[in-house]
Design a protein around this ligand. Sequence first.
Ligand code: UDP
Ligand code: MG
Length: 326
Amino acid sequence: MKQLDIVIPCYNEKDNIRTIYGAIADVMQEAENVSFSVIYIDDGSSDDTMAEILALESEYGCAKVKYISFSRNFGKESAIYAGLQASSGDYAVLMDADHQDPPALLPAMLAVLTRRESGEDCVAVRRIDRKGEPIARSWFANRFYALMNKFSDVKMEPGARDFRMMTAQMRDSILALSERERFSKGLFAWVGFKTKWLELPNVPRAAGETKWSFWGLFKYALSGIVAFTTAPLRIASFAGVLTVLMAIIYAAYRLIRWQALFTTDAIIIFIVLFFSGVTVSFLGIIGEYIARIYREVKQRPVYIIAKSNIKVKMVDRRMDSGIKPE
Ligand code: UDP
Ligand code: MG
């Protein structure tokens, strides 16, 4: 009997906790030789999410309904990390609480990993459209993927959801990457392994509201770019060299024409402004990376557990908060 761990990050999802469990239990009835458990990660919800989870736990038992509840909202990435750490089965799958990742796909995903026809360690789901999504959001998302795939060594699949099932081996590889500011889409691509892509039209959220603001997504994309490419740094050095060259050519031109250099106030002002502008903008880019280094060296845990009914495997010892499960 194989064991599947279903990791579900939940932030104010009270209306979805029970229905998603029901939908999962329904489809998993048909899966032969695989038993499942759901690991809910309550990411500091302020609604009745936790009460719903506890009610489910008392109904179906702690072998089926596991949970970790964070001390505050740490973000979906932290929840994914905690869920994977808590997973000890043969397979782990990440799924949203809002039914946008349809549980009906689970048997097909399991089939890929049990047969491993081309040696797959991962099955992931890609949206083939972004219907029902704000146009600006789709546009920025597409630009983001284009940029990432141009400048970064790891290739990210456009439209990829976080809906992924993986083998224990791949899960443990992901956990071995101990960086604090996590960008899972990049991490999955970085660890490699053969991934089979399933395609799915966009499914609207079942209940509640999206937890992403436009600004939140923008920051998330920026964090992904800084995490997976140093291209902005390279652009900075390139543009720096270019502007210096321009200044030299300008000076040479004035000398050849026997015009004294820097006679006109306006030109001086232009040059001063131009170069200080360039310098400051590049300091900003460098600052992005330094800020990141700063946050990484602090080695803060990715999340803090307030309450849980499972023993979380701490692959990265530095993460051990010393909190024991109840
Ligand atoms: N989520 C979370 N922490 C957060 C934000 C979201 O755990 O800070 C969860 C949320 O409960 C849901 C999943 O991540 O299960 C995806 O969130 P959402 O549906 O809001 O994102 P979208 O589908 O709009 O990209
Ligand atoms: Mg959603």
